[in-house]
Design a protein around this ligand. Structure first.
Ligand code: ATP
Length: 226
């Protein structure tokens, strides 16, 4: 394994299940220049993704022998993107952990599936429809919320659009920490981005503020200051 640009260690990825979700994960990893193996039980899918991965393999990921024969344990990250067939998704995840794959990412179809995947040792469980739905809801409720990411049940990171109300204010004048207990991580101004802004850095209308904090505090800040 050679080294990629900068200090990035070249990692090997595998994506099992080439539906819309798995397919887009595969394409994007490939587009970024990573080595990615695309796996599906359906020969048509394997054929379709030949041009968007490093290797494409047709196999049944619930078959231990087949997984073993391609040396799945050599892949550091494996994405299980089998949706409809929950049983196959669970069995695949289990086998991958047994084979010694360091990090298994699994897509959950519903919250029961999510619980089971967590229990059997999936390292990261994603529920794309659910996660995206929550993000869109925040966006619908307030047009000042550009993006929203849950960090835990109570904490999140949000991108907020600075209005004219806050134009010219600074971190110091807003007293974000003292009055709201939230942290401004970055200010985006068009293409440029100021990470860890200084206390005297002025905020301008139309800037995007990247803020982290307790949901209640973030809401309070948004209502009062924006
Ligand atoms: P989408 O991401 O499009 O919503 P989905 O969640 O409906 O997709 P499925 O169509 O259920 O996902 O499955 C994704 C892929 O997983 C399919 O292409 C399917 O052929 C593949 N797949 C299902 N079972 C296995 C298996 N045992 N081994 C390998 N691939 C499998």
């Amino acid at each position: 394994m050679g080294s990629k640009k900068k200090n990035h260690h070249k990692r090997q990825y595998a994506v099992i299940g080439l539906g819309r979700f798995g397919g887009s994960v595969c394409r994007e990893l490939h587009r970024m220049g990573h080595e990615v193996m695309a796996i599906d039980i359906d020969p048509e899918k394997v054929d379709k993704y030949k041009g968007y991965c490093t290797y494409a393999a047709r196999l049944d990921s619930t078959d231990e022998k087949q997984l073993h024969s391609i040396g799945i344990r050599n892949f550091e990250d494996v994405v299980v993107a089998i949706g409809d067939n929950i049983q196959a998704s669970i069995l695949t995840t289990l086998l991958l952990k047994e084979e010694g794959v360091a990090k298994v990412w699994a897509k959950a179809q519903n919250s029961y599936h999510q619980k089971v995947l967590d229990k059997i040792g999936a390292d990261v469980v994603v529920h794309p429809e659910f996660d995206m739905g929550k993000r869109i809801a925040h966006n619908i409720v307030s047009d000042r919320v550009i993006d929203y990411i849950d960090l835990s049940d109570d904490y999140s990171m949000v991108e907020l659009l600075a209005t004219s109300k806050i134009d010219g204010e600074t971190l110091a004048s807003l007293e974000l920490r003292a009055r709201y207990g939230i942290t401004l991580i970055a200010i985006k101004d068009g293409e440029s981005m100021t990470i860890s802004p200084r206390p005297d850095e002025a905020i301008r209308e139309e800037n995007i503020l990247l803020v982290i904090g307790h949901n209640d505090d973030l809401e309070r800040f948004e209502e009062k200051e924006l």
